[in-house]
Design a protein around this ligand. Structure first.
Ligand code: MG
Ligand code: MG
Length: 246
């Protein structure tokens, strides 16, 4: 899992550095796929069958502005002031890594920057709750409490998850809930914590492409995710390089 996480981390850095006005999400997707294959890994999402019948066609998910998650990369040109959520997954020797970040394209306004900062911070606070003996609800509550204190809503319909030989395993890790409740975290578990924060309503809609999830009211949305391992004495973040802030 460490190796899969390291590939994902490296891809995130490459994509983060490539995001600029004028580039297409399809070009970013190619950068990601090339790097994953160069590393001897396999994209987790490409060909993935969700609840629909259309396999996901991209290596990464690229979700712009009011798109929350699962945006399909293609001929969409990024524009100054957009915000872009990038979700990356890779498999190494049968184990998955899964991670996401949101970044501004060129200069972004204060409203968008505030949303991104709060989403990043809610992930940090969620991770800070994770340890052997804690409950999933401790993470959920930390994310929700902080997000709502900053005036944002957390998406209910899509949640974090256990991860390992499958991309999505038990337990579910919601971004809302009560401390002290939910499944117990144990040493050796790996989970993906992934807050999705909206400026407006938490309610979502899915587009006719069968994948892209958008905010029901068209408000901006941001998404940060890391795969973490529960260790003897805390956690290990597998999908972000030490000291790197996306
Ligand atoms: Mg993800
Ligand atoms: Mg995930």
């Amino acid at each position: 899992m460490r190796r899969a996480g390291a590939v994902v981390a490296q891809v995130k850095v490459l994509i983060r550095d490539a995001i600029r006005p004028g580039i297409t999400t399809g070009e970013l997707d190619k950068i990601a796929e090339d790097e994953i294959r160069r590393a001897g890994a396999t994209p987790s999402f490409k060909g993935y069958l969700g609840v629909g019948t259309t396999p996901f066609s991209g290596t990464i998910c690229t979700s712009i502005n009011h798109e929350i998650v699962h945006g399909i990369p293609g001929n969409i040109v990024l524009a100054e002031g957009d915000i872009l959520s990038v979700d990356v997954g890779a498999i190494v020797e049968g184990f998955h890594g899964d991670s996401a970040f949101t970044a501004g394209v060129g200069e972004i306004d204060e409203k968008a920057a505030g949303l991104i900062d709060a989403t990043r911070e809610s992930l940090r606070l969620g991770i800070a709750q994770a340890r052997a003996g804690a409950r999933v609800g401790d993470i959920s509550s930390a994310v929700q409490t902080y997000a709502e204190s900053q005036g944002y809503e957390v998406v209910r319909q899509y949640v974090g998850h256990g991860i390992g030989r499958a991309l999505h395993e038990e337990p579910q890790v919601p971004n809302y809930g009560m401390a002290g409740r939910g499944p117990l975290l144990k040493k050796g578990m790996a989970i993906a914590i992934e807050p999705m924060l909206n400026i407006g309503t938490w309610e979502t809609e899915q587009l006719d492409d069968g994948w892209t999830v958008v905010t029901a009211d068209g408000s901006l949305s941001a998404h940060f995710e890391d795969t973490i391992a529960i260790t003897e004495d805390g956690v290990e973040v597998l999908t972000t390089p030490d000291g790197y802030v996306f």
